[in-house]
Design a protein around this ligand. Sequence first.
Ligand code: FPP
Length: 246
Amino acid sequence: MSDEACSDQQSAPLGAVPRHIAIIMDGNGRWATQQGLPRIVGHEKGAESVRESIAACAEAGVAYLTLYAFSKENWLRPREEVSGLMVLLNRFLLDNTEDLKAKNIRLQAIGRLTDLPTSCQVALHRAIEATAACSGLTVILALSYSGRIEIVDGIRSLLREVEMGHLDKGMIDPETFSKHLYTRYYPDPDLVLRTSGEMRISNFLLWQISYAEIIFMSKLWPEFRKADLWSAIDEFSKRQRRYGGI
Ligand code: FPP
């Protein structure tokens, strides 16, 4: 994506809006380093951008927003950064659940959630329960998430069904497989956004983004604002999706 495209669009876009946007929120650490601040401050500012992106999606009429909040690989970071991120997640859930509910926003999560500290699991399940009946935007947090592990978990789940005689292995097709992924309740993303100028997918929703449009923007995640999301939607609406056809 060009930098002009992620500038200052002041109102929600009027063109075609993606049903599902997935975001790789990158650049918190670099932002903090540039400011001479500890990395955790970058993550704290990143949590503000999370709120901005949720509000921007709700205003634009996006139905699903998936946020890559913590990857399986992120456990390898220094212990104090990991625990700082878990504290931040906990606080985000405690501070925002009522507001999400008031705005009719449903919270969901995907990933190996049992890897999370118990306090985060409890806060997460409370937030999911509290917002379960909300019918507006669905926000899906990807936590301790790995696309490859999701696929392996999906294969294991399929094999169990075959072994129990509930599924004929000759009937396995992409649709059947999709029903065994963490994302089985949601449509595939139409648009993937990644901030910070890195042009990688980093093990995010590998199966689900087969036909998604991808927009890379150089802005670091803590600087991401509503206008950036709306500009990305605007660019999306100008792209022609052919799904391999002509
Ligand atoms: C990538 O930046 C970001 C993360 C690994 C974590 C994402 C977390 C947040 C946006 C804040 C909290 C989220 C919620 C849901 C409350 P990086 O640290 O890899 O940045 P760098 O590449 O510049 O080092």
